[in-house]
Design a protein. Structure first.
Length: 312
C-alpha cells in the first residue's frame, strides 16, 4: 500500500484573508481581468493588492494574496445557485417550512375536519333521512291508510263512511306510489278526520245567551226578493262543553272551525224559536238534533234547510 501524504488544512484566519482577497478582487474585477494572464501580470496584481491592504494597515503575506488570486480564478468562493427543478423546489419548501408550515397545516386540518364532517356525518345523515322518507312514503303512509280504513269500516253505522274511506285510501295510495308525499299525507289527514267525525257525540242546541242572538235573517245578494232565516246553534258534548267544528259557510264557500254558527231553517221554525224565547226569555224546545257515535251527520228533531253561515 502506498503512503498518502495529506496536505494540512490552512488556519481559519488565512482562509478568511483569502476570502477577503477574493472579495476585494470581485469588487475590482475590471482590474483583475486586465491583469491576469501571465506570471508578470499576476505579480503586478499581487503588488497592487499588497499596496491596497497596506494602505488599510493590514499586512497580508504573499502566499495569501496568491491564494486569493488563485481562488478567484477557480471560483472557489463563488456561490452558484442550484438549477430550477423539482428537487430544488422541494428543498426550498423544506427550508422554509417554519414560515408556511403552520398555515398550511391548519388548512389541511380544517379540510380534514370538513371532509370527515361531510362524508362521515352529514352525508350519511342526509342519506338516512332520504331513506327514511322513501320507506315512509312506500310503506308507512299506505299502512296508516289501511289502518284508518279498517277502523272506519269497523266503527261506522252508515255505508257512506265506508265508501268515502275507500275512495280516500285508493287516492292516497296512488299519490304515495307516484311519490307525491304531500298529497298522500293529505289523504291520511282526511281519513283521520272521517274517523274522528264518526266518533263524535254531541247535542245540537239553540244558543240561549244574553250576549248572542238566538236567530237572525238575511237577504241574499243573488236574490234580493228572498229572505234566509237562521237559528244560532252550538254543539255540546256529554259534559255540556261546546265543541269547535268545521262548518261550511254557504255565503262564501269557505270552511271555518267555529263553536257557534247559523243554521238555515224554514221561516216557520225561525218564528217558532222566536216565539218560544219571547214568552219568558227561555227557549224550552232548544234541542235541534243529535249526533250519535258511528254516524256522519246530525239527526235533526226539527226541519232544517241544510245551509249554514259562520259570520253575521
Amino acid at each position: 500500500m502506498s503512503d498518502v501524504t495529506a496536505k494540512p488544512a490552512a488556519p481559519l484566519d488565512e482562509v478568511m484573508l483569502a476570502m477577503d482577497v477574493v472579495d476585494t478582487l470581485r469588487h475590482r474585477q475590471d482590474l483583475a481581468v486586465r491583469e491576469l494572464g501571465t506570471d508578470a501580470k499576476e505579480r503586478q496584481l499581487i503588488d497592487k493588492l499588497r499596496d491596497i491592504y497596506h494602505q488599510q494597515g493590514i499586512e497580508v503575506p504573499d502566499h495569501i494574496l496568491k491564494e486569493g488570486v488563485a481562488a478567484l480564478q477557480e471560483s472557489r468562493f463563488v456561490y452558484d445557485p442550484p438549477k430550477p427543478g423539482f428537487g430544488t423546489t422541494m428543498a426550498r419548501l423544506y427550508v422554509g417550512r417554519k414560515r408556511w408550515g403552520k398555515p398550511v397545516g391548519a388548512a389541511l386540518i380544517a379540510l380534514l375536519v370538513l371532509g370527515v364532517g361531510y362524508f362521515g356525518v352529514w352525508q350519511p345523515y342526509q342519506n338516512g333521512v332520504a331513506e327514511a322518507a322513501r320507506i315512509e312514503l312506500a310503506e308507512g303512509l299506505p299502512a296508516q291508510m289501511d289502518a284508518l280504513y279498517q277502523t272506519i269500516f269497523e266503527e261506522t253505522k252508515v255505508q257512506q263512511a265506508v265508501l268515502d274511506a275507500e275512495a280516500l285510501r285508493t287516492r292516497g295510495k296512488t299519490f304515495a306510489a307516484e311519490g307525491n308525499r304531500a298529497a298522500a299525507e293529505e289523504a291520511v289527514a282526511q281519513l283521520t278526520a272521517l274517523r274522528d267525525q264518526l266518533r263524535q257525540e254531541y247535542t245540537l242546541r239553540v244558543v240561549n245567551r244574553s250576549d248572542v242572538r238566538s236567530g237572525f235573517w238575511t237577504i241574499p245578494e243573488v236574490n234580493t226578493a228572498a229572505t234566509n232565516y237562521y237559528i244560532v246553534v252550538e254543539a255540546l258534548d256529554a259534559d255540556g262543553k261546546a265543541l269547535s267544528l268545521p262548518i261550511l259557510n254557504e255565503e262564501n264557500g269557505e270552511t271555518e272551525i267555529v263553536d257557534i254558527w247559523g243554521l238555515r231553517v224554514p221561516e216557520a221554525v225561525y218564528d217558532g224559536v222566536a216565539a218560544d224565547k219571547s214568552d219568558d226569555g227561555i227557549i224550552e224546545i232548544n234541542e235541534v238534533g243529535r249526533k250519535a257515535d258511528g254516524f256522519l251527520d246530525v239527526e235533526y228533531n226539527m226541519p232544517v234547510l241544510g245551509g249554514a253561515v259562520t259570520r253575521w
